[in-house]
Structures are given as C-alpha cells and as structure tokens.
Design a protein. Sequence first.
Length: 367
Amino acid sequence: MILNEEQAMLRETVAQFFTEKAPISELRSLAGAGDEQGYDSQLWSEMVELGLPGITVPEAHDGLEFGWMGLGAIAQEAGRCLVASPLLSSVVLAQNLLLNCGSDAQIATYLPSLMSGEATATVALDEGRFFNPDAVATSEASGALKGHKTRVLDVGQCSHIFCVAERASGERGIAMFAPSAEGVTIGSRRMMDLHSADSIQLDGVSTEDVVWLAGDDVEGGIQRTIDQATIVLAAEMMGSAREVLERTVAYLGEREQFDVKLGTFQALQHRCAHMYCELELAESAVSAALTALDHAGPNVSLLASSAKALANDCFTLISSEAVQLHGGMGVTEEMDIGLFLKRSRVCNQLLGGSSYHRDCYARLNGF
C-alpha cells in the first residue's frame, strides 16, 4: 500500500495505539463481561481524539480529508488486533451515507456530533440470510415504517439508525430514527468472532419519528456508500490476514518436532509461500480499489467487488491454514489464531460473500 508521508505517520501512530490500547485480550475481556454495546467506550473516545472519524471527511465539513488510502491503512491496523469499535458502522457506513445521501442542512445538523464522538450511528441494510442490498422489503405505508433488518452492527448505545427502506412513492430511501423510537425492537446478538450484530424489528414506526435523507441522488449515494464500506472492510481483512500469516511463520520457526524446526519442512514452506502470494494479490486489489475511491474513478463498484471477493478467499485460506499449521493448539483458547478464523467467516458474509461479488463483477463487465 503506497501512502504519502502524512498517511504513513498516521498509520504508525494508529498501529502503536492499537497495540497498546486494544490488544486481542481486550476483545476477550469485553466479550466475557457481556457488554451489549459490543465495544469499549473509552477506547472509542481515544480513537475520536486521534481524529479517526474525520479521516475521509472533506475539509469543507471540518474533516481531515486524509483520503481513503489513509483510512484503508487504519483499517488494516485495526484488523491486526481485531479491534471492536464503531469505525466501520458509524464512520464508514453511517457518516458516508449521510454525506452521500443527505441534504446540506441534514449534513450540517448531524455530521458534527458523529465526528466529535458525541453520537454514533449505524446502518440497517441486510434483511435476509445473505447480503443483497437490492432486496428491500422494509417499507413505508399508511404513515408507518414496517420491516425487519439483520446483521446491524454496533447498535448498542448508538444515537441514530439509518435504515434502507422503500418509501411510499416506491423509491428506495434512507429513514433515520432513534433506536428508542416507538415500534423499534432490538434483538441483541454477538457473533462467533465476539463482535456484535443485532436484528431490528420495525412494527409501525411512525413517520413523525423518522427523518428521510433528502440529498439529490439517494439511490446513487446508497451504492457509493456500500462500495466505500466494502473496500474498507476488505482492507481490514487484509490486516488480519497478514497478522495471521506473520504469526504462523513465527510459530513454525519456533516449534520443533523430532528436534527439527517445523519451518525447515519444505512442504510447510510451500504452504506459507502460497499464502503469501494470495495475500499480495488480494492486497493489490484492495489498494487499487482505495486508489479509485481517492480519485473518484468510474469503476469503483467493479474494483470493490474484485477486492472483496479476493479478500474473502485470501482471509479464509490463511486463517484455515494457520489453524492447521498450529496443530491442536490452533483451536485452543490459549492462542488467538482461532479468533482470526472466526473473524474471517464473519467478514466473509458482511457486505457480500465471494459468490455475490463474483456475480457483481461479471454483471458489471457485461456478462
């Protein structure tokens, strides 16, 4: 990943911050405490102090405008530590949905509190077992919003929920409401990777409690936001995959069988070399997608699907191989490798699996 000097300094700072403040042991402690919020509020406050919510926000809105490549680097470092935070849900998804779909007045009203950490938000997009943003059954009818959403990240103590729904006019829109609104039922759920992903039942939420985002191109804004979040998630997955590979290579260099280092076995060297090649290939696709975001390229959706499909396959391969190469220790609670394996399976389904994105890539190429 090619970064400018400022982005490289930011990455170094964030890497040190996550290593010190958010080791994987903190994720285990958070899950053990049964906190429904799903992340450490103090950690998030410190991330806000570093300016992370404003990384890609334009300077016109008081953001840092460090670019998507900079945010991708941050996501990679978060992936190395399996950091539980609303970075993806509130910053990448909700903030950009507001910027892409909201009116100037709405952006001026809601964005400052999100950037300052005073408030957090999340996006309710999925409805079925698998990711399909075009299949929207949640709708507005008779002055009320009804429907069901799944895999909604970090609902916890969030201030706003941005819900993709069909308006009375038949057009797809973004309904914003508070989790405490009458008719909203939150089903708390913790995924196997110890991160939270809740379900939301909407039973006649009054339109008086709903604000519809009123930008000029809501439909296009939804797709742009999905592409942006997909690429950032792929970057996070690359950070996790590289961490797993490095840990595995280090383990093979230390572990002995019959007084011989496992790392000297050529068959195991071949497996590590294969993982490294797949990692470099996937990282190249993610870098290309981040570059396209920074330059507003015309093929962002195409590159987003390419990046996510390759990231899914790469992270799944490396995490699976890592468990095998660690032997029985790989699935014990004493080692973190098993958590990376679980995270890979969850990330594979978030914002689309490999089959979904290969199909998107083919359709965008005219097949």
